[in-house]
Design a protein. Sequence first.
Length: 239
Amino acid sequence: MNSLTNVVLNRFSFLGDLTHLVFPETCVSCSNELSKEEKSICSICQSELIETNFHLAKEATVMDQLFWGRFEVCKAYSYLFFEKEKSSQHVLFSLKYRDNPAIGEYFGKEIAKRLLVMSEFTDVDAFIPAPLHPKKAFLRGYNQSEALAKGMSDALNIRLDTNSIIRAKHGSTQTKKNRFQRWDNVQSTFKTKKSILHYNHVVLVDDVITTGSTLESIAQSIREVHPKIKISIVTLAMS
Ligand SMILES: [Zn+2]
């Protein structure tokens, strides 16, 4: 390395130190200052997260079973068990409301490491985040599922598709309601565009899964356009 490169690199690392000093990053869970080595979450809160370890399971997990008899899923994976009042709740809250895509991308990258050990994910063509509810998009303008999917997409060098699925507005009896009631009345109906036909295997990404009904209705809309496509599901947490 020549001396000029050294000077430039030193300056950058000095600027990094300075930025850290002036604007220290804080933990998404406990809000304590992060050390230079920590990203998004401190090591204590990270250690409190309860990982499912589904990526190591040899047989179908409860996450796979959630979809049995509803629609065909290639593989379903969730990174964390959601627990109230614990680290995972703070993480999900920060992911949704801190308006900081870096949090989602950080966890997306963590998830990507686990996807690499599962054979079902070797032929994925695209990650598709669940579209935000229009009411939330209106209030927030930021989709946490997209941030997660972007982290995975960047880490695995697989396409991120935010265009093929859209939320279709529902019903024509909404005119007498005020603006917020109208938003509330928007049902989870989805429309899939023909661009989905480019893919053989897509992964639907969401932040937290409870009943799986949103993902089920997205999957239904995809199969109306592309009946033979393989669909997998990945979420940050399951409750
Ligand atoms: Zn913390």
